[in-house]
Design a protein around this ligand. Sequence first.
Ligand SMILES: *Cc1c(COP(=O)(O)O)cnc(C)c1O
Length: 229
Amino acid sequence: MNQAAPKTQADVAANLALINARIQAAAKLAGRDPSQVRLVAVSKFHGADRILQALAAGQRSFGENRVQEAAAKWPLLRPNWPECKLHLIGPLQTNKTKQAVMLFDVIETLDRPKLAHALADAISATGKSPEIFVQVNTGDEPQKAGVLPRAADGFIAQCRGGFGLKISGLMCIPPAEQDPAPHFALLAEIAKRNSIEKLSMGMSGDFETAIACGATHVRIGAAIFGARP
Ligand SMILES: *Cc1c(COP(=O)(O)O)cnc(C)c1O
């Protein structure tokens, strides 16, 4: 037997087992049912070999942040894993909306009327209807995507009433240098008053806090796949 084989961060299955155990523990600590928290494994920048390791270990939900990259990787993988769910977690340009609607099961980054309009068109043109989450820029950061918190209620109403979109979740990425808890709480509050059930919040560094605040989806990349190449 190899003695002291270095524990590399390449061990996707072991990393997944550890993350799943931490999700369970965090949910229990918060008095929540662990099955109500879904792990979205963020596979951006990682190739099919790494993704296959996660699939073989039982992981079924994945996140990608670019349409082009997902379009290059996933059509080859998906036919063998029909129950797999693919989430778009990065900004969506309107000219890629149709492609995104064909490719993704969940689009988490709706944040402007022009995109809502394009999504509604793409859904009726393709007959596909991915789940749609609205991204909220909880930190009011000028460089970050997402609708501003003060505009969220109006935008959600416009998506529903004006464009006929079903909004089933909210997503946020808190400012890097701040305590994420108030941002997660703000997202949960906006969801509650708009009767939205799903909350995509929490990444490798803060998912336990997010679960305590009600996350239904945590998006975890580095802690599963290691540092991005
Ligand atoms: C990359 C990314 C993640 C995963 O971040 P990690 O720190 O690697 O867990 C989560 N959400 C979004 C929107 C991302 O772009």
